[in-house]
Ligand binder design. Structure first.
Ligand code: AHR
Length: 498
């Protein structure tokens, strides 16, 4: 099979926001207790080191659905005096509150991520959220700032990113607490934003976009509360047992984000709000509900095809850099986790390695990329948030970014979705002064279902391949079921953002 990719140095479309390399931890199953914290309640050092290697930009917490039943005061102060509560969202284990705000912020610092806290709208109040902001960011003598200092943190935490509730639109959602109508939620957003900003004016607020993709919800929230928010959220879970349906998943991601952005544009037009409200894709992943256990631990075993979904999603997010400014994989460890840990050790799933490929081998200035390849159709719904069968999905999917730090390189990220065939691709780079030798990094495995296990932990991982000799026009063959980055050295100014 043959294909073509063309990149033009003059066709810069924007810059990638580093916050797209974000993660999420929730008090769900063994994510926090047994994941972030080991069996003795200590930070799991090898997990911290693994996270640092993929440079997480932001970490969302405490949920998810858990957030709308969580009262932050339960999780601060001496740990042995914190109350044990029923986990109202995920009733699989009691909540010890051993991991609370101070521990979360400390954890973010250890892994090098910005903290992003989701406030409780479902069963909380604007005052409670404002008090939480004060606890984190307050500098004066007020009660909650003092409480933080009394708990051992003299300096404010400086938590900049705050969510106003989670998936609160979904009335049928069995785990979500306190669902609201769009009108009521928009009113809540205004109240939350007003009080939270009164305490800490520079915070950035994320409002709930419809989890079901309901246009009416999005328009109402954007029209009535758009002026108070900095991001509108979207969540998306995809994946089926079928290889092609799963690797085509980024088509749904892209379509649903573009639809939400259309609502942003429309609401901007009707309200006269000139400022753009970017999308925070703050929960996304593959979720094989059918395979998850009944105790709601959701410990999925991810495969190569799921990593190709992640790679394709990064291509989409890079191409949509003008409208998506944050994304958080749901979740980091154990529950829907890209990393699996237990008392015996740690396994980095194929998803982790897709993060490694994109976080460590792509750049920030994005170029329009023309890709021409054969296509395929899919035949099922495409997972929980899939939009049904797809036609005309290209086998080859590409994104081009310029890495400016260190030596300049045009990072051409290419996913070959074909299950068994290599694709011989003619690559044309217009207006770049291309260097001699380009490192190649490839993520693939023995079959679409290839997995990492304790016995074979690197069955699916990023491997350096022999460097290639690129040119203004050259041919590269992409392996079947693979994600590859060609780091093409660029001399001079070509392709530099104005
Ligand atoms: O990530 C697991 C759950 O999925 C989250 O709590 C919720 O927001 C979503 O439905």
């Amino acid at each position: 099979m043959k294909a073509t990719i063309k990149v033009d140095a003059e066709r810069i479309i924007g810059r990638v926001d580093p916050l797209i390399f974000g993660h999420f931890i929730e008090h769900l199953g063994r994510c926090v207790y047994g994941g972030v914290l080991d069996e003795r309640g200590e930070y799991r050092q090898e997990l911290i080191e693994a996270m640092r290697r993929i440079r997480p930009s932001i970490l969302r917490w405490p949920g998810g659905c858990f957030a709308d039943g969580y009262h932050w005061r339960d999780g601060v102060g001496p740990r042995d005096r914190r109350p044990i509560r029923v986990n109202l969202a995920w009733h699989n284990a009691d909540e010890s509150n051993r991991f609370g705000t101070d521990e979360f912020v400390a954890y973010c610092r250890r892994i090098g991520a910005e903290p992003y806290i989701c406030a409780n709208v479902g069963s909380g109040t604007p005052e409670e959220a404002a008090a939480w902001v004060e606890y984190c960011n307050g500098t004066g003598d007020t009660a909650y700032a003092k409480m933080r200092r009394d708990n051992g943190s003299e300096r404010p935490f400086g938590v900049r990113y705050w969510g106003i509730g989670n998936e609160i639109d979904e009335t049928e959602h069995v785990n979500e607490i306190g669902c609201l109508s769009a009108e009521d939620y928009a009113r809540a957003v205004r109240e939350y934003a007003k009080l939270m900003r009164r305490v800490s004016p520079d915070i950035r607020l994320v409002a709930v976009g419809s989890n079901r993709g309901e246009v009416d919800w999005n328009l109402t929230v954007l029209e009535k509360a758009g002026a108070w928010i900095d991001y509108i959220a979207q969540h998306g879970y995809y994946g089926t047992d079928d290889h092609y349906s799963t690797v085509a998943g980024p088509m749904y991601v892209e379509k649903r984000i573009r639809m939400l952005h259309a609502a942003v544009e429309l609401a901007g037009f009707t309200t006269g709000l000139e400022r753009q409200i970017p999308v925070a894709f703050d929960e996304w992943n593959i979720w094989y509900r059918s395979r998850s256990d009944t105790e709601q631990r959701f410990e999925e075993v991810y495969e190569l095809k799921d990593a190709l979904f992640v790679a394709g999603t990064f291509n989409s997010l890079q191409r949509m850099c003008g409208i998506v400014k944050m994304a958080n994989l749901a979740q980091m460890v154990n529950a829907l986790g890209m990393i699996h840990v237990d008392a015996d050790g740690m396994v980095l799933s194929p998803l982790y390695h897709a993060f490694d490929l994109y976080a460590n081998h792509t750049g920030s200035t994005v170029f329009d990329t023309f890709t021409l390849s054969d296509t395929f159709d899919t035949h099922d719904r495409g997972g929980p948030r899939g939009l049904g069968p797809l036609t005309g999905v290209p086998y080859l999917d590409a994104s081009a970014t310029m890495r400016e730090e260190g030596s300049r390189a045009l990072c051409l990220a290419v996913v070959n979705r074909h299950q068994d065939e290599p694709i011989e691709c003619q690559i044309r780079l217009d207006g770049f002064s291309v260097g001699d030798s380009a490192p190649v990094f490839e993520l693939t495995g023995s079959g679409p279902g290839a997995r990492n296990t304790p016995q074979e932990p690197e069955a699916v991982s990023v491997k350096a391949r022999p460097p290639i000799r690129p040119g203004a026009t050259f041919v590269h063959t992409f392996a079947p079921r693979s994600a590859t980055v060609l780091e093409i050295p660029i001399a001079g100014q070509g392709g530099r953002a104005p």
